[in-house]
Design a binder for this molecule. Structure first.
Ligand SMILES: Cc1cc2nc3c(=O)[nH]c(=O)nc-3n(C[C@H](O)[C@H](O)[C@H](O)COP(=O)(O)O)c2cc1C
Ligand code: SF4
Ligand code: SF4
Length: 252
């Protein structure tokens, strides 16, 4: 068994590692940003694949990874883990469709509420609870339960109900749904705050940021993961909103 995940800000990494270690203390987990992840996928028959839900969908970076390495999923059993702030309509359904079209089978799925990582929009700041430790503890208990069921060969299948299939069909007609497929021009930088330290350039999983002559230049290849926003030591970046309210750093 191997765990493979994309995690912008640490939630999904935490959940995949915890689930894998509850099942097999020797199991290793790799980020899709790690070049070793592909060879590890090829070596294992059971894969735990994790991603954060963006707009009720799979992030572009994770979708591209599955499509580019489709051969590694052929004939494999995939257990899907999706983390979210509160609601996932079609993320797991769409991932399951992708794994099936690669020739893999879905062994089960788990959706987990984790802290919201968008801190530059007033609406998310107002709606989501700030009790992050409690949210993580609850997710950890859910992971332990799901791992027990996996060991008993009765894996959970959350996010794969008829309701999810119907909602994913309806959502695919709405304007925001393909946002994850279109990489966007982000982030915006407040030049007065930016120190030119280069951290955002080093950590961006899409190589979407460069610091040229001390100034941040942002490309059009952003997967909206919010890593740069949450890690910037000067709170100088914003992604979808235009004001840095909170940075989420607990699991990074
Ligand atoms: C661009 C974007 C879109 C998001 N969309 C949703 C969503 O549709 N539903 C939801 O419950 N959470 C949503 N979230 C919250 C994340 O899914 C959640 O915080 C996740 O656990 C982050 O995982 P990570 O730390 O592994 O990146 C979104 C986050 C981002 C950055
Ligand atoms: S991490 Fe923040 S301060 Fe550092 S270069 Fe990027 S925007 Fe500027
Ligand atoms: S620019 Fe920021 S939000 Fe966009 S992919 Fe890079 S780190 Fe993630």
């Amino acid at each position: 068994m191997v765990g493979v995940y994309f995690s912008g800000t640490g939630n999904t990494k935490h959940c995949v590692e915890r689930f894998a270690s509850e099942i097999d203390s020797e199991a290793k987990c790799f980020s899709i940003e790690d070049t070793q992840s592909v060879s590890e996928l090829a070596r294992h028959d059971t894969i735990i694949f994790g991603f954060p839900v963006y707009y009720s969908n799979i992030p572009k970076i994770a979708k591209d990874f599955i499509a580019q390495n489709s051969e590694c999923f052929r004939g494999k059993k995939v257990f899907i883990i999706a983390t979210r702030a509160s609601f996932n309509a079609g993320g797991i359904v769409n991932a399951a469709r992708m794994f099936k079209s690669c020739g893999g089978s879905v062994a089960g799925s788990l959706q987990l509420n984790m802290p919201n990582n968008i801190g530059d929009m007033l609406i998310t700041k107002l709606v989501f609870s700030k009790n992050y430790e409690k949210i993580i503890e609850r997710a950890d208990r859910k992971i332990a339960k799901a791992a027990r069921r996996f060991r008993l060969n009765k894996p959970v299948r959350s996010g794969l109900s008829v309701f999810n299939y119907i909602l994913s069909g309806i959502l695919s007609w709405l304007w925001f749904y393909p946002t994850t497929d279109r990489c966007i021009h982000a982030p915006a930088v407040d030049k007065a705050k930016c120190s030119g330290c280069g951290l955002c350039e080093r950590i961006c999983p899409m190589s979407n940021i460069s610091v040229v002559g001390g100034e941040v230049v942002s490309g059009e290849n952003c997967t909206v993961c919010y890593r740069c926003f949450n890690r910037c030591p000067q709170k100088a970046l914003t992604v979808l909103g235009r004001k840095a309210y909170d940075q989420y750093k607990i699991l990074q």
